[in-house]
Every structure is written in C-alpha cells, then in structure tokens.
Design a protein around this ligand. Sequence first.
Ligand SMILES: Nc1ncnc2c1ncn2[C@@H]1O[C@H](COP(=O)(O)OP(=O)(O)OP(=O)(O)O)[C@@H](O)[C@H]1O
Length: 254
Amino acid sequence: MIEVDRAGRSFTVGRGRSRRTVHAVQDLSFTVEAGEFVGYLGPNGAGKSTTIKMLTGILAPTSGRIEVAGLDPLRRRTDLTRRIGVVFGQRTTLWWDLPLKDSFELVRHLYKVDRNDFRRRLDELADLLDLSGFLHTPVRQLSLGQRMRGDITAALLHDPAVLVLDEPTIGLDVVSKAAMRAFLGRLNAERGTTVLLTTHDLGDIEKLCRRVMLIHHGRLGFDGTLDDLRALAPGEDSIEDVVTHLYTAPPAER
Ligand SMILES: Nc1ncnc2c1ncn2[C@@H]1O[C@H](COP(=O)(O)OP(=O)(O)OP(=O)(O)O)[C@@H](O)[C@H]1O
C-alpha cells in the first residue's frame, strides 16, 4: 500500500556564506502492506513530517521513489486524494467559520462522494465519534477534542484505503484520547484501513501499533515490532525509557 524506496528530501537554507543543505530525510526505504497499523516515531526534527508530506504529494522527494496506493503521490496527487485520508493534529482542514456539517458537505463535493454513500458514512462516523451534539456548531467554536473528531471524520468521508495521521491525539484529555484510540483501532481491525501514525504519545503506539518504525536524523533506525524495539534497550523498564534511550543513542548510530 505504501512503498518508499531510497527516498530523500533536502532543503537549502540560509544565504551567502551561511547557505547550507539540510538533509531532512535520507535514503529512506520501507513498505507498508494493506491493513497494517504502523507507528512512525522520531524525536523533534527527525524527518517525520517531511516523510508524511512526501507520501501525500505535498513535497517532492529530491531522490528515490514513493508509491502510495499504487500511485506516485506527486504526479497523481488528485487521484491519490480519493484513496488517502490525512489528518494533521496541529492544523485543521475544516472551514473555520462554517458549521461542521457544512464543512463535511464541502468535502463531499471536493472528493465527489456519492450523496447516499456520504449520508450513510456520515451517520456511521457521527455515531462512532459522537458528533451529534456539535454538527451544527461553527468549527471555530469547537473544543480541540471535538475539532479533532471533526477532522478525522472529514478525512474518512470518502472511505480511503490509507489513513495518514500526524499527531492525532495531541492536546486531547485522557478520555478523548482513549475514545480516539478505540475508534482508530476499530477502523483498522473492522474496515481494514491501512494506518500510518506519527505521534509523540507512546501510549498511542502501545495501544495501536503492531509495528513501529523509528526515524532519527532523517534515517530509518529501526523497523520492527514493539517487542523488538524493547529488546534494543533491555535495561529500560517503560516504553518511554526505551525510546528516550534510542533517541539519545539511535540504533543506526550505535
Ligand atoms: N521547508 C523546510 N525548509 C528547511 N528545512 C526544513 C523544512 N522542513 C523541514 N526542515 C528541516 O528538516 C528536518 C526535519 O523536519 P521535520 O519537520 O520533518 O521533522 P519532524 O520529525 O516532523 O519533527 P517534529 O516532531 O518536531 O514535528 C528539520 O531539521 C527541519 O528543520
């Protein structure tokens, strides 16, 4: 479902003598099969968002090859939007001044979702994510947790095969977080949606991901199960301690 083959992305920053190249992602290769739920971890500045931007066609790789749902994200961006859903926890894709329901209508038009499919899907998502109390509220008046549920719904209205999530539980309280995790787990288990999840919340990873990839300084340092990850730092107790250890002494560099 996702194929990344030696992908890289660099940026030129600064001017004159202070001009230099930042290698945000280097020589990145991995495959995600249909139906997998994969966690994508890395410290701040490791290259996670750059990877997600390349997967979704927002950024062009400067080297290598990427395919998502059988498509080159950059060349086939419009086709890809029909097969992929993307949620950036720190930003909303909803229309700030419109009632949530109207934002969904706009999404329906943009993605050309059949009216009956849309109605059925929205009913289902509104039920699962408990949206009924604020469907007619303008997005700017929603709490963060409500807005996030709205964003997840918007990303799923066209029933994408792949869902890419960039910190979807950031800022949520423990109850909202648990509800979001339960929803995502069901989406993957029951609907078979492939999920790539970027998060700094290791609870998300422990609850949801069978497989974890770890990126550090733009390079993939680990790709395996949570147990394999724990085995890399056997002296550490919690997954937080394991990951802290790996962030300070990443596997590729030890
Ligand atoms: N548009 C850009 N121009 C210059 N440098 C950039 C640009 N985008 C990202 N970078 C650099 O690339 C590196 C990777 O950034 P990226 O945003 O992918 O990290 P991240 O893993 O998502 O971090 P965080 O967890 O803090 O969101 C960083 O050094 C960042 O400063």
